[in-house]
Write a protein that binds this ligand. Structure first.
Ligand SMILES: Cc1cc2nc3c(=O)[nH]c(=O)nc-3n(C[C@H](O)[C@H](O)[C@H](O)COP(=O)(O)OP(=O)(O)OC[C@H]3O[C@@H](n4cnc5c(N)ncnc54)[C@H](O)[C@@H]3O)c2cc1C
Length: 372
């Protein structure tokens, strides 16, 4: 016997969970997750930052549409704040000044800082290292777990279900419905949402479709102690303008990343020694601080389409197969808008009023652009 729903969502990271919750307002939804708990892969491994100046214009647009949700979530969504303000400083060495200028031309809201002002804002930075910086005053720390749990609660309240340890192993279109096989059960629905993160192309292949060319890229992060005598709570995040590294306060420690983008198969990503060493080395060069110990290290996969833009929409090759993919390094900060866009396209309805702007991105994110 197949369990039936209007919509099956595959993957309970932030993308699948948020979309499932929005879809459940109008449809019966089952969210299938292969791991024992939601958020186990990319979503649980992010740097948890809201960076409105990050990414291409489509990414920035959908991040911008998401911002009011993070600042003023619906009542009952979460007991804790989803977004806590934190500045972001894009820094440049002397030879990187042209890149800093280009970044400012693209984002006129960014404020130019001299090297001295940058060191004043982030006292660990070495005055010999930073020539200038751009300040983004609209950034902040995201509470990723609160956002994920908020969407999962919303899904339950609307009658939807999350089923964990349900690894999808086969998909077949039979008599106008998708039959989805997991290791333990089978499900049936006219619409399937492919929100499987690094595995989206594999899910397409299970459905008999060629993938759209999503590349998972490994990124590493480590936690170190804050140097003695400092209170880091109000420090800005610091991002090298060429994205060679970044660091930010994280629950009383410092999170550093070498901003690596190493192609990887879809897997349970683990940090490589070399990337951990690079993170420490680049941080030490920018700050002059000697790192004696790494407290914790991890890696996750950021999954990109060839044009670094999200992939949202029905696959034109077969009925009822919907892509929600290619979230790259921006999947948390753009999730509210992406979920609304997905729900509007699937149910052919207008997005809720604060999200009206999402429809402007419909063509830019459509999967057609990636198919021959
Ligand atoms: C180090 C690092 C730092 C980052 N920093 C930020 C940041 O500061 N801000 C930001 O917005 N983003 C950031 N990101 C990116 C962000 O984490 C991702 O864009 C986002 O989490 C992607 O969400 P997702 O739901 O698409 O993927 P995932 O969270 O990977 O979820 C996909 C889910 O699908 C499930 N799945 C796969 N195959 C199957 C199957 N066959 N059956 C059932 N389930 C399946 C997986 O188990 C997984 O749970 C960062 C990422 C990394 C790695």
């Amino acid at each position: 016997m197949h369990e039936r729903a209007d919509i099956l969502v595959i993957g309970a990271g932030i993308a699948g969970s948020s979309a499932a919750a929005e879809l459940a307002a109008d449809a019966s939804v089952i969210l299938l997750e292969g791991e024992s708990h939601p958020g186990y892969h990319a979503t649980g491994r992010s740097a948890a930052f809201f960076a409105p100046a990050y990414g291409n214009s489509v990414v920035r647009g959908l991040t911008g549409v998401s911002e009011p949700f993070f600042r003023h979530p619906p009542p009952d969504f979460s007991e804790t704040a989803l977004l806590r303000p934190r500045d972001c400083l894009f820094i440049a060495r002397p030879e990187q000044l042209p890149q800093l200028q280009s970044l400012q031309e693209e984002n006129s809201a960014l404020q130019w800082f001299s090297g001295e002002a940058a060191v004043q804002a982030q006292p660990l930075l070495s005055a010999d290292y930073v020539a200038a910086a751009l300040r983004d005053g609209h950034g902040g720390d995201l509470d990723v777990d609160a956002i994920l749990q908020g969407y999962l609660r919303l899904l339950r309240r609307r009658g939807g279900r999350l089923l964990a340890r349900e690894q999808v192993t086969a998909l077949q279109r039979v008599a106008g419905c998708w039959q989805v096989q997991t290791e333990r059960s089978s499900y049936r629905a006219p619409v399937v949402v492919n929100a499987a993160g690094a595995w989206v192309d594999s899910i397409a292949m299970l459905a008999g479709l060629a993938g759209v060319g999503i590349s998972p890229m490994r990124r590493t992060a480590v936690l170190i102690d804050v140097p003695a005598g400092h209170d880091c709570s109000d420090w800005p995040m610091v991002v090298d303008v060429d994205e060679e590294f970044y660091f930010k306060p994280d629950a009383g420690q410092l999170l550093i990343s070498p901003a690596d983008e190493t192609p990887s198969p879809a897997c349970d990503a683990q940090p490589e020694e070399l990337d951990v060493a690079l993170a420490v080395d680049r941080f030490e060069r920018a700050t002059g601080v000697e790192v004696s110990r790494v407290n914790h290290r991890w890696a996750g996969l950021r999954s990109f389409a060839p044009d670094q833009t999200f992939v949202v929409g029905f696959d034109p090759r077969v009925p009822g197969f919907f892509w929600l993919a290619g979230q790259g390094g921006y999947g948390v900060q753009s999730a509210p808008a992406m979920a609304q866009l997905a729900a509007s396209l699937i149910t052919a309805s207008a997005p809720a009023s604060p999200f009206a702007g999402v429809m402007a991105y419909k063509e830019a994110v459509a999967p057609e652009r990636l198919l021959d």
